[in-house]
Design a protein around this ligand. Sequence first.
Ligand SMILES: C[S@@+](CC[C@H](N)C(=O)[O-])C[C@H]1O[C@@H](n2cnc3c(N)ncnc32)[C@H](O)[C@@H]1O
Length: 224
Amino acid sequence: MRSTSSSPATRIGVSQQIRVFLRAWMRDPMGVAAILPSGRQLSEKMLRPLALLADSDPAGLRVIELGAGTGAFTHALIEHGLRPDNLLVVERDAALHGLLRQRFPHLTVLQADACALRAPAQASGYLQQGPAHAVISGLGLLSMPRAVQRAILTEAFSLLRPGGCFIQFTYGHASPVSRALRCELGLQVRRAGLAWRNAPPASVFVYQRAFTAAYTCNPPPATQ
Ligand SMILES: C[S@@+](CC[C@H](N)C(=O)[O-])C[C@H]1O[C@@H](n2cnc3c(N)ncnc32)[C@H](O)[C@@H]1O
């Protein structure tokens, strides 16, 4: 399902956004994986790594947002100067998807599963302009089984251009993608910030495909 138009963002009260988010959490606590939408400081930290992409020109940046929730990062991306046709927003929950469509009628918002994104992304027409520079992930990756993480990362990197990055937040200090899975997928990781004012505080990690011959990966020893 998609929505595209050129009308500006619609104002939807914060209390309504929180109500819809909380109901989604009650339906699927593990999937939503947070009881409050992300705050402004975390949104800023999530967008900071974009400065290194597309010659720092926000108008040329192409971004896919996964697990948009009520649209905290979506709003920040538009404020950052992203062109609406360069942004593809993805949310699995039907009620949150409905809210996003209402809040951002000028954007393409898909109700889709990040594990199987290529077909809906293709059908939306987004990929006709080429692959994305970045994926901004609001997914609760840490609470997902490794097989689901693998499916999401594989799908996401298939939609990214070479050098593209996958930006992820987590409510812990360590990377939510284990070293073993990073090695398997050939990913490098760096920590890109801490949003200590967020509730709860969150760290931002950036994952990129390692292209250099110098890339070495020492997977952790297998457990008995
Ligand atoms: C931790 S919340 C973050 C919401 C929002 N990005 C924010 O930061 O406020 C995770 C969101 O990802 C969505 N989600 C979970 N699994 C998903 C999947 N496989 N595909 C797409 N969205 C998913 C949930 O419905 C929820 O809205």
